[in-house]
Unconditional design. Structure first.
Length: 140
């Protein structure tokens, strides 16, 4: 898989800690969700629309879809780069992710999440992209 093309992207670097390992001494698959979340938060902060700003704007953005493809395992103390790319923002947020080994640049994992806008007062899903997000992206 090639690197996704997006003008909105962000990455975080981390080292796999001991407490994230499973009995086989590789990173337990459930921790990847947290790694994606760290990159997604950095991406949202880069457009000034992270979770506190979402709440202030009156919208929650729950994840409704999560996909992950484990190509290679992660190991104790391995340095990885977790990259997040905003791919779609009309009627939903679709964010693609890549986890790469820092030293080799090798792709280890890829995935995506989909989030939808929910009006916090009514708890109803918004069928259109809220104007505040379009303003943050500079596409309005």
């Amino acid at each position: 898989m090639r690197t996704p093309k997006s003008q909105w992207q962000q990455s975080v670097e981390l080292r796999i800690p001991f407490h994230d390992l499973d009995p086989l001494e590789i990173c337990w698959h459930g921790h990847y969700v947290r790694y994606f979340e760290l990159a997604r938060t950095a991406l949202l902060q880069s457009i000034d629309y992270d979770y506190p700003k979402m709440r202030e704007s009156g919208y929650a953005w729950p994840v409704i879809e999560f996909f992950i493809r484990y190509a290679q395992p992660l190991f104790y103390q391995q340095r990885v780069q977790v990259e997040a790319y905003l791919m779609e923002w009309e009627n939903r947020l679709k964010i693609d992710y890549l986890i790469r080994d820092v030293e080799s640049g090798r792709r280890l994992t890829r995935g995506h999440t989909v989030q939808v806008a929910v009006e916090m007062q009514t708890r109803e899903m918004s069928l259109v992209t809220p104007a505040v997000l379009l303003e943050k992206l500079g596409v309005k």
